[in-house]
Write a protein that binds this ligand. Structure first.
Ligand code: HSE
Length: 297
């Protein structure tokens, strides 16, 4: 690395899209940029009010990931100064931790000239996160459909989803572990079969760019929505309003506490305005899919 360093850009993500629990991810047009410079010791400068409380040394998730990747490949990373600028809400179900992990992987890969394949990066990221949905989308962009059982991994990449999206972000943050703690340890077999069918039809519909069907299936999740719904103010009223406004579908963004609404491409700004007025508890953000995943700028 030269004295001028380099920058890495990583998109936010929404995970699950309803029934694609722990598997499907979609990259969104909100970004984290990390400016990387050589330094005497590890130092993270977190810009943005929400991020100011995050660790600034080796406990920082980006730094931990760089050190982990280096150790996996028996290398040593020199200390770095990382300046983190981001418009991704923190702890709001928009993949902020997966974004940090993806940034760490891409920084280590570039700095140490590891030449990791995308699949290797996704595997490292999924092992760090525990599931592949957000980190796959953060690394690849577009829609990703992942299988990860802790060991084997595969990812299908649907590169250019033809939708717009609105995110409704509440003021409170929610820890993923807390939200996962609401889920049952076991599911009824027949229910699981239906959940799998909803996920399969949704994925096939997305691959064919049939967002009417995908949006319908998005609302047929049985894996988590019913258990988490109680955390959301006005969940049913928002779903109904979205339907009335012609949205494709509305679901929980990742583990929450934000909501994700898939809409026709180009409709997102108007829908966000209407939803902001109807549900002022939430901040409505109009976004598009991010076609590009994590990259050195
Ligand atoms: N699939 C995860 C969950 C999303 O719903 O708990 C957070 O990565």
């Amino acid at each position: 690395m030269g004295r001028d360093g380099f920058s890495v850009v990583v998109p936010a993500t929404t995970a699950n899209l309803g029934p694609g629990f722990d598997s499907i991810g979609l990259a969104l047009s909100l970004y984290m940029t990390v400016d990387v410079l050589p330094a005497e010791e590890w130092k993270v400068i977190n810009e943005g009010d929400e991020y100011k409380s995050l660790p600034v040394g080796e406990e920082n998730l980006i730094v931990k990931t760089i050190l982990d990747v280096a150790a996996r490949y028996k290398q040593i990373s020199p200390p770095l100064q990382l300046t983190v600028k981001t418009d991704i809400p923190l702890g709001k179900g928009l993949g902020s931790s997966a974004t940090a992990i993806a940034a760490g992987i891409v920084i280590a890969d570039h700095l140490l000239e590891l030449k990791l394949s995308l699949k290797e990066k996704v595997k490292i990221g999924s092992e760090s996160e525990g599931h592949a949905d957000n980190v796959s989308a953060a690394l690849l962009g577009g829609v990703t459909v992942s299988y990860f059982n802790g060991e084997d991994i595969d990812v299908i990449h649907i590169k250019e989803p033809n939708i717009g999206a609105v995110i409704l972000v509440p003021p409170n943050a929610l820890r993923t572990e807390e939200s996962r703690g609401l889920l049952p340890a076991k599911l009824d077999h027949a229910e699981g079969v239906l959940g799998s069918a909803a996920s399969s039809v949704m994925t096939a519909a997305i691959a064919q760019d049939d967002w009417e069907t995908a949006g319908w299936m998005m609302e047929k999740d049985i894996f988590h929505e019913a258990y988490r719904k109680q955390l959301f103010q006005e969940f049913d009223a928002i779903r109904k309003k979205c339907k009335d406004l012609g949205a494709y579908g509305m679901t929980i963004s990742g583990a929450g506490p934000s909501l994700f609404i898939a809409v026709k491409q180009g409709d997102q700004a108007n829908l966000a305005k209407t939803l902001a007025v109807a549900f002022p508890y939430y901040t409505a953000i109009a976004v598009s899919p991010s076609i590009l995943g994590a990259r050195v700028n």
